[in-house]
Design a protein around this ligand. Structure first.
Ligand SMILES: [Cu+2]
Length: 263
């Protein structure tokens, strides 16, 4: 059978196109690692997000030497936690769920992007090489505040990353000349030990104390400031560990409200 040269050319060209389409679709579905949000992860009722161990306290956790997990809750019109803070050059698995309607969790300028469906947990493992601040947006229309739904993801250089939390128990008031005692709890969320210094200021007095907090544990430090060194009146106090700071005020001497006459 004689086929005209042009006819043959078009036949070949259309075959190439069809093969090209199949190759690109296959690459898009398999090669790029794009998956559907499905039931492989445990499901969760949107009403029970507050009682769920994973999501009642949205957070980042270290689970292995270079492995972290981030539990993120999205809702109209925000993400929790905000900001999300992770270390660079470590594997981070994000688990994201929704409290209300369909959202997305999209880290701007990266291919970290997932749909977030109420009742489902979206999971994806990523590693950021570039420290910096990235925007997190929702790209599924979720209501009138959708355009304001944004969060941020801060990628810290690996050696500057910490998961330290500080809480301070301090008196509101002490009698004249009495010592002021601050009880400082330092929680170390990393698996490695934290060797650091607690800096305490009460009024004009400053004190510091070295502390080692084992990985995953909380250590309490008590710091006492001699009451004789403090002026009567309101004194500001602060306690800091690395970048974490807690502040407050303690009244030294008699409360001005209890009728005492000022000299
Ligand atoms: Cu939205």
């Amino acid at each position: 059978m004689n086929i005209h040269a042009y006819e043959r050319l078009w036949l070949v060209a259309s075959m190439v196109l069809i093969v090209g389409f199949i190759v690109t679709i296959t690459y898009g579905t398999v090669g790029l690692g794009i998956t559907m949000v499905d039931d492989r992860e445990e499901t969760i009722s949107p009403d029970d997000v507050d009682e769920d161990d994973r999501f009642q306290d949205p957070r980042v956790e270290q689970v292995g030497e270079n492995e972290f997990e981030a539990y993120v809750v999205s809702m109209t019109f925000l993400f929790q936690p905000d900001p999300i803070e992770i270390p660079a050059n470590n594997e981070v698995t994000f688990y994201v769920t929704s409290r209300d309607v369909i959202h997305s969790f999209t880290v701007v300028g990266t291919n970290t992007n997932t749909m977030v469906i109420p009742g489902e947990v979206s999971a994806m493992t990523v590693e950021f090489d570039e420290p910096g601040e990235y925007g997190v947006v929702c790209n599924e229309y979720c209501g009138p505040g959708h355009h304001d739904m944004e969060g941020s993801l801060i990628v810290h250089p690996e050696d500057e990353y910490s998961l330290t939390e500080l809480s301070v128990d301090a008196p509101d008031q002490v009698g004249p000349g009495e010592d002021v005692e601050l009880t400082i709890s330092i929680q170390n969320g990393l698996l490695e030990d934290l060797e650091t210094t607690v800096d305490v200021e009460v009024g004009d007095e400053t004190l510091e104390q070295d502390v080692t907090v084992p990985g995953g544990e909380t250590e309490q430090v008590s710091v006492t400031v001699d009451g004789d060194d403090l002026e009567p009146g309101d004194a500001e106090w602060s306690a800091s560990v690395d970048d974490e700071v807690e502040t407050g005020t303690v009244t030294i001497g008699d409360d001005a409200d209890d009728g005492g006459d000022e000299p």
